[in-house]
Design a protein around this ligand. Structure first.
Ligand code: AP5
Ligand code: MG
Length: 189
């Protein structure tokens, strides 16, 4: 199985690259952000509970996203591999994923970090916000999401480096250039 974790700050291009990766390598894509936005759109109890947290750029509680991921994995055990996008985002989530996958004997192939500078992240997020109207795509919330990333998620680079599973790409190229970099890494694995 090919199991990839997409790491990288908000707006770095995880979702954009995920679309290419799942098509080329036929992986099962799970984005916790997308799942939560669908819950909000459908006005479910969960959606209502997380709406404010997301629009403020904070992280939803670990238990909620851990349960989403556990369900997704258990319901898709016959796939060629998983692509985790936007999960894990805290050390506790990373530990939860390791425990879950160890029990199921599913190895993480590597964690792919997309490295992009803060000004470019904000530019991309604000630009998309003008078109999509995503509630958390304002300038203020972009800065808050980056702050939360630095405080809670960036530590995962060390977490996967310690397991010798971290690979990084420069995410400043065009979407196509970045896709080329990503494909090179996956093909060499
Ligand atoms: P989530 O949906 O995961 O959002 P995010 O990681 O903060 O950021 P994005 O998904 O917006 O960025 P991305 O890296 O996918 O980039 P994209 O390809 O879209 O999470 C949203 C919220 O949900 C969180 O803040 C939190 O509240 C909650 N949440 C989700 N998961 C959670 C978890 N595990 N734990 C707790 N809470 C969780 O690209 C961005 C834009 O840039 C696009 O418009 C794209 O077209 C453009 N772009 C992409 N690549 C390039 C390029 N190379 N050049 C120019 N533009 C580009
Ligand atoms: Mg995304």
């Amino acid at each position: 199985m090919l199991n990839i974790i997409l790491l990288g700050p908000p707006g770095s291009g995880k979702g954009t690259q995920a679309e290419f990766i799942v098509k080329t390598f036929e992986l099962s894509h799970i984005s916790t952000g997308e799942c939560l936005r669908n819950e909000i759109k459908s006005q479910t109890e969960l959606g209502t509970a997380v709406q404010d947290i997301i629009s403020k750029g904070e992280l939803v509680p670990d238990e909620i996203v851990n349960a989403i991921i556990a369900n997704h994995i258990k319901n898709n055990l016959s796939v060629k591999g998983f692509l985790f996008d936007g999960y894990p985002r805290t050390q506790a989530q990373a530990q939860h994923l390791d425990n879950l996958l160890n029990k199921l004997n599913i190895p993480i192939s590597f964690a792919l970090n997309i490295d992009v500078a803060d000004e470019e992240l904000v530019r991309r997020i604000v630009y998309r916000g003008q078109l999509s109207g995503r509630a958390d795509d304002t300038e203020d919330t972009a800065y808050q999401r980056i702050k939360v990333y630095n405080e809670k998620t960036k530590v995962l680079l060390d977490f996967y480096q310690a397991q010798d599973k971290l690979v990084s790409i420069n995410g400043h190229g065009t979407i196509e250039e970045n896709n080329g970099r990503v494909n090179d890494i996956i093909c060499k694995f």
